[in-house]
Design a protein around this ligand. Structure first.
Ligand code: SAM
Ligand code: SF4
Length: 458
């Protein structure tokens, strides 16, 4: 799946490109057909400020063409920090004795979910370390049932994505049967020698078991999968090409690539020297380049930006290609119902501590439409079906009205008055800019929401 020698050869051949090669590649990227590995290497080498500005312009243009101004919002839900692995960068690692261990009981998970629903969230990403309480993997399945069963006021969680350790095909089948959205798993680093150095013990030491997880997930029928790299462990240029090899492999084998790519950067974590001193840190300029190049390389794959990053960096990357963001996050089990992020139970430190409503106000003031849409997966538009709609641009006909109707739900049920004012104005402006067919559909959906109906989607 990953050919390291090929990656190194491409990087040494194309890693010092001239302006003609860069501009040809940027022109090609505007055809919205993605990029080859050589072209990604060419763009990775850009450092001249003028060319960098052209790279960012191309990314902005592609993002606008495919995603318009929508940004999907979600919150991570950490159910447990028990872990059998020794990943040197993570506070949950098994030998970190400074961490207080905790696996939430089902009633505690319900409290967390109630809190998230009452903030206005509709989508959560369930996260856990790789060790479960007595009931084993059933703990995850039960937790998913608990989350979906909760209702508070007008709200409920309508889509659960899951980021847990690699599973067997049988376990993936059970996971699929609970009705999850995307299964996410990050390879952390595709560079085998680095992988071995930072994963000292536990099941995660097995690079192959991890990299083949998406194969098993897809074989089990989960066709929305999310991949990612933990940037800061190894050379980001290498990781980008390896990520592309993984994507092309999945496309060839299953007819569809990943639904999302995550771009976590190493953040300080208690009890981890490595997290505080990343071996190959990615600076802010390179980080923006990573997002922009991914947007051009795989235009139809969502890019997720977490609250690891600061509000400023998050704002900058929205324009460059990000399509989903977390907001109001806590990385400690119990963090939503019990107050502040707590260092002695959290996974890593956050860069953005704002509440959901503040993030929404900020995003809306910038002209982006916050979306809580869960329409596609609930109507079975996943995997290849989603891509078949996305590629000819048809998905916009659904996404824009769904974004507006879920945003209006948020404004009516949860927003502070100032957020409501900014949001209502944004909905009006957006409607006026839409083509007539999606606009009519959006108007009728918005009227239903205004009339008291909830969960209106197309
Ligand atoms: N335990 C499972 C695993 O490792 O795949 C799933 C969840 S793990 C809690 C989620 C992700 O957090 C990891 O895949 C890793 O990329 C990220 N992470 C761990 N330590 C981090 C740190 N110090 N800074 C930023 N991200 C980190
Ligand atoms: Fe455990 Fe995941 Fe943290 Fe590794 S990254 S120590 S597997 S929680």
């Amino acid at each position: 799946m990953i050919n390291q020698e090929k990656i190194q050869n491409i990087l040494s051949r194309y890693g010092r490109a001239d302006s003609v090669q860069v501009r040809e590649t940027l022109a090609k990227s505007r055809k919205l057909a993605g990029l080859a590995m050589e072209e990604i290497a060419i763009l990775s080498s850009v450092s001249d400020p003028e060319l960098l500005a052209e790279l960012f312009d191309a990314a902005r243009w592609v993002k606008e063409q495919i995603y318009g101004r929508r940004l999907v919002l979600f919150a991570p839900l950490y159910i447990s920090n028990l872990c059998a692995n020794e990943c040197l960068y993570c506070a949950f690692r098994a030998r970190n004795t400074t961490l207080k261990r905790r696996a939430l009981r089902q009633d505690e998970i319900a409290l967390e979910v109630q809190n998230l629903i009452e903030q206005g969230h509709k989508r959560v990403l369930l996260v856990a370390g790789e060790s479960y309480p007595q009931e084993g993997f059933d703990y995850v399945l039960k937790s998913i049932d608990t989350i979906y069963s909760m209702q508070s006021g007008n709200g409920q969680i309508r889509r659960i994505n899951v980021n847990v350790a690699p599973l067997t095909i049988e376990e993936f089948r059970k996971l699929k049967a609970t009705g999850i959205g995307t299964y996410q798993l990050f390879q952390e680093t595709y560079h085998r020698q680095t992988y071995d150095k930072v994963h000292l013990s536990g099941p995660k030491r097995d690079y192959t078991w991890r990299i083949t997880a998406m194969d098993r997930a897809m074989e089990a029928g989960i066709d929305d999968v999310g991949i990612g790299v933990l940037f800061g462990l190894f050379d980001w240029r290498f990781e980008m090409l390896a990520l592309m090899q993984h994507i092309r492999y999945l496309e060839e084998r299953f007819g569809v690539g990943p639904h999302t790519i995550s771009v976590p950067r190493l953040e300080p974590a208690t009890g981890s020297d490595l997290a505080c001193h990343p071996p190959q840190p990615v600076d802010d300029v390179d980080f923006r380049k990573i997002v922009a190049i991914l947007r051009l390389a795989v235009p139809y794959t969502g890019i997720i930006m977490s609250t690891r990053e600061t509000p400023k960096m998050r704002r900058e990357t929205f324009a460059l290609g990000v399509s989903q963001i977390s907001a109001g996050s806590r990385t400690n089990p119990g963090g939503y119902s019990e107050g502040q992020d707590q260092e002695d139970t959290a996974q890593f430190s956050l860069g953005d501590h704002r509440r959901l409503d503040e993030v929404i106000r900020d995003v809306a003031a910038l002209g982006y439409i916050p979306s809580f849409c869960t329409g596609c997966y609930r109507l079975g538009r996943t995997g290849r079906d989603f891509m078949d709609l996305a590629k000819p641009g048809l998905i916009k006909e659904h996404c824009d009205p769904n974004a507006l109707s879920t945003f209006l739900e948020y404004l009516l049920d949860y927003a502070a008055p100032q957020t409501n004012a900014i949001g209502m104005e944004l909905i009006d402006t957006t409607l006026n800019q839409m083509d007539s067919a999606p606009r009519d559909r959006a108007r009728s959906m918005l009227e239903q929401v205004q009339g008291g109906k909830r969960d209106v989607f197309c």
